[in-house]
Design a protein. Structure first.
Length: 83
């Protein structure tokens, strides 16, 4: 598996994956999966739970559905087994 890659979603949404940001002994450190829309960002968990990035940019229903479709992949990617 590549250590860094991006998946592109609807209306300019990007989900950036970086395995170098996975810290198995300190799971709260790092941001291995970052959701980006323009210059605004959020961790995957924040974006999917709050439906926004940058604290104020609301995601469209299609963008939220895209994130939901990636959820299992994200958990597999961040699993300590894969780190």
């Amino acid at each position: 598996m590549k250590t860094r890659f991006t998946k592109h979603g609807p209306n300019g949404l990007r989900v950036e994956f970086d395995a170098n940001e996975i810290f198995p002994n300190d799971p709260g450190q790092g941001t291995p999966v970052l959701v980006c829309l323009g210059r605004e960002t959020a961790s995957f968990c924040c974006a999917i739970n709050e439906g926004e990035v940058g604290g104020s940019i609301r995601l469209s229903p299609a963008q939220v559905a895209f994130l939901e479709s990636l959820e299992e992949f994200v958990w597999d990617f961040t699993s300590p087994v894969n780190a």
